[in-house]
Design a protein around this ligand. Structure first.
Ligand code: UD1
Ligand code: UDP
Length: 365
């Protein structure tokens, strides 16, 4: 009988937990692997919300989050703790997903421990080292440390080849976010603020490069859209980052038909996307999910590392200028043909089989 390979899956923030959940559940069901889950808990409440939806209990929990943590402080504290985890767990393989501080430090710690590292959602690039910040640089650095690159799309694989990543190490798998979406879709819940005869705009905001003036401009645009359209309700689950909370809370003070809530549980958020007329967001994951649910998504950022949905015509990169955001949203509200063109639905990021393909590669490794 062959000895199962021990795979340590590191997760730190909400999107990492959502996107690693299908991989963790598949590893746990496969006798070829022994799966260990390491929660750095770079996020606390937002991570726990996802873990409970998928019934995942971490084997190791570093509980690292501190209020308003700085990048240097978080990075330093994570590296120290991860060195110990690698020594104690001594896995055969380490996996992490995406471009957060958890991912970069996990890749470094695995490299120092000489344990091969697999990068889930590899090869996303905007080409601008500061946009998104610090994620673009995190991805570039993580790629240099990885033994397996699980690229969601052919375009992501192309970016890796251009950077001289060996061909044999690149595997186009699709994005595990679509696996997760398929797994929860029939359990998704209808949003409480849905009013008959009104159209729901769902928005999320959290990017560091938007903090300050860009975030204030985006909020002003969202408020103006709500106030100009009496049949529109805005649902805005507010990220726990205090830099987001302060600006957003202030910007919507006294604005009726704008529903500011705590971050939604994943089942509620998927339900909100399904019932939304359109989605406006600076999130990475939401850019992937909304098109798969047939919802137009306006991307509130200057760049995107997920051009596939824009190229398919189901997402639009609108930037952070208030006038441009208002104009694009108004067109979608007023022009049924423009709306229908973007609400066709497309799933350029995956087919729900990404975790299966990742396990196939690891089994053969
Ligand atoms: C992080 C990631 C970002 C990812 C995002 C997903 C980095 C540098 N940033 O950004 O790439 O897109 O997560 O949401 O890795 N907080 C809480 N409770 C929580 C979560 C956050 O209170 O459950 C607050 C804390 O004050 C914390 C702050 O938010 O210090 C910032 O958290 P952090 O993970 O450093 O950055 P995010 O902006 O959440
Ligand atoms: N999400 C959620 N609740 C919310 C907002 C978002 O569960 O209130 C989910 C969403 O479905 C997506 C993920 O969180 O899968 C995106 O996370 P986030 O925007 O925080 O990070 P990013 O994807 O930009 O790294």
């Amino acid at each position: 009988m062959t000895v199962p390979k021990t795979v340590l899956c590191a997760i730190g923030t909400r999107p990492e937990a959502i996107k690693m959940a299908p991989v963790i559940l598949a590893l746990r069901a496969d006798p070829a692997f022994r799966c260990r889950v390491l929660a750095t808990a770079q996020h606390r409440q937002m991570l726990d919300q996802v873990l409970s939806v998928f019934g995942i209990v971490p084997d190791v929990d570093l509980d690292i989050m501190q209020p308003d943590q700085s990048l240097c402080d978080l990075t330093g504290r994570l590296l120290l703790r991860l060195g110990t985890v690698m020594a104690e767990e001594a896995p055969d393989i380490v996996l992490a997903q995406g471009d957060t501080t958890t991912v970069l430090t996990t890749a470094i710690a695995a490299f120092y421990a000489r344990i091969p590292f697999g990068h889930v959602e590899a090869g996303l690039r905007t080409g601008d080292p500061c946009n998104p910040f610090p994620e673009e640089m995190n991805r570039v650095l993580t790629a240099r440390l990885a033994s397996w690159h699980f690229a969601p799309t052919p375009q992501a694989a192309h970016h890796l080849r251009v950077e001289n990543t060996p061909d044999h190490a690149i595997h186009v798998t699709g994005n595990t976010v679509i696996d997760a979406l398929h797994q929860v879709r029939d359990k998704a819940r209808r949003p409480a603020c849905l009013t008959p005869g009104r159209r729901l705009i769902l928005a999320t905001l959290h990017r560091r490069e938007n903090f300050g003036a860009p975030l204030a401009r985006i909020c002003a645009a969202l408020r103006a859209i709500v106030e100009a359209n009496e049949d529109v309700e805005l649902l805005l689950p507010v990220h726990h980052n205090p830099n987001v909370r302060a600006t957003v809370t202030e910007a919507f003070r006294g604005c009726c038909r704008a529903h500011l809530t705590d971050p939604l549980d994943y089942l509620d958020f998927v339900g909100a996307m399904e019932h939304a007329h359109m989605v406006m967001s600076d999130s990475g994951g939401v850019q992937e999910e909304a098109p798969a649910l047939g919802k137009p998504v306006l991307i509130l950022r200057e760049t995107t590392e997920r051009p596939e949905a824009v190229e398919a015509g189901v997402a639009a990169l609108v930037g952070t200028d208030a006038g441009a955001i208002r104009a694009r949203a108004q067109r979608l509200l007023d022009d049924p043909a423009a709306y229908a063109a973007m609400a066709r639905g497309a799933s350029p990021f995956g087919d729900g089989q990404a975790a299966r393909r990742i396990l196939g590669v690891l089994r053969a490794a």
